[in-house]
Ligand binder design. Structure first.
Ligand code: C2E
Ligand code: MG
Ligand code: MG
Ligand code: MG
Length: 281
């Protein structure tokens, strides 16, 4: 019986793996045409100041309007874009799109508005992409403060590549602010933040969402905020869904908040309504 079950399981797993591989291959195939056929779109999620409760930044988040399939999460297609190298072209598109949007919002809505984009560790291997971005930024009229924030995950820092440090320096020279994304999920310590000169730290939503019930997480969160501030780094809490979470974070002195409590990521038109009318709760 055990043998039969084991065999059955084996078949089950190989079938799933095969299905998985097929799914990925088909997604990759479709992803190659997604950019040229205008299926990609940037949504924006407001980031609010926890002191003034007003929207002062936004995070740009990719959405794929696939012609046949239902919504495919970036959590699914970004890794495929990274493995295949498509993330380079997609990342360029995100950069240009977000920068143009940011410029528009700075002119028409708020002069000191900031927009953050996510830059994958894979993109840091492309020195030509980095050079192109720096070239674009240095030609901007609002130099040296374009209002662009680049969010980076900590896995990048573990590579200990001296070239990454250089890219960080050049980005900051061109007025880009650096933000460490998903803090608390990986291995990085606050000493990294200092070493790499981050401007912002984003507390991961898995953390934010436990601070009300879990006192250990709450204490840790408090310590992160205190230490970040001691290093001159501002803190963004992501994934705020309840007023209780917001109030705790605000009491701890957390600077900014992002989450469904305020708004989900929304298309440009909808975001502009938020900029005009404020958040309507
Ligand atoms: P991330 O950079 O950590 O982005 C925050 C994610 O948390 C977003 O998921 C956002 O929709 C979600 N979120 C925000 N507030 C809440 C909340 O209150 N509750 C919950 N449950 N979720 C919340 P999204 O848009 O699905 O993106 C997932 C990840 O995909 C991003 O995580 C980022 O790592 C990656 N990604 C998205 N767009 C890009 C991009 O343009 N380039 C790259 N390289 N990665 C991207
Ligand atoms: Mg992010
Ligand atoms: Mg994040
Ligand atoms: Mg995250």
């Amino acid at each position: 019986y055990a043998k039969a079950q084991g065999k059955g399981r084996f078949c089950y797993f190989t079938k799933t793996m095969q299905e998985n591989a097929n799914y990925r291959a088909s997604i990759l195939n479709d992803l190659r045409t997604a950019l040229p056929s205008n299926q990609l779109e940037l949504y924006y999620q407001p980031i609010i100041s926890l002191r003034t409760n007003t929207v002062i930044k936004a995070e740009a988040l990719l959405r794929w309007n696939h012609p046949q399939r239902d919504i495919i999460s970036p959590l699914q297609f970004i890794p495929i874009a990274e493995e295949s190298g498509l993330i380079i072209d997609i990342g360029d598109w995100v950069f240009q799109q977000a920068l143009a949007q940011l410029k528009h919002w700075r002119q028409h809505f708020q002069a000191d508005f900031q927009v953050s984009i996510n830059k994958s560790p894979v993109q840091f291997k492309s020195l030509s992409q980095h050079a192109d971005w720096m070239d674009t930024l240095s030609r901007e009229s609002n130099y040296p403060e374009p209002g662009l924030v680049v969010e980076i995950t900590e896995s990048l820092l573990l590579q200990e590549d001296p070239n990454i440090m250089l890219q960080f320096k050049q980005m900051q020279h061109n007025g880009v602010k650096l933000s460490l994304d998903d803090f608390g999920t990986g291995y990085s310590s606050l000493s990294y933040l200092n070493k790499f000169g981050f401007d912002f730290l984003k507390i991961d939503k898995s953390f934010t969402q436990e601070i009300v019930e879990n006192s250990d997480k709450r204490e840790l969160c408090n310590a992160i905020i205190v230490m970040a501030h001691a290093l001159g780094i501002e803190v963004v809490a992501e994934g705020i869904e309840t007023l209780a979470q917001q109030d705790l974070l605000s009491e701890m002195g957390c600077d900014y908040g992002q989450g469904y409590l305020y708004s989900k990521p929304v298309p440009v038109k909808k975001f502009e309504q938020i900029l005009k009318n404020g958040l309507v709760n």
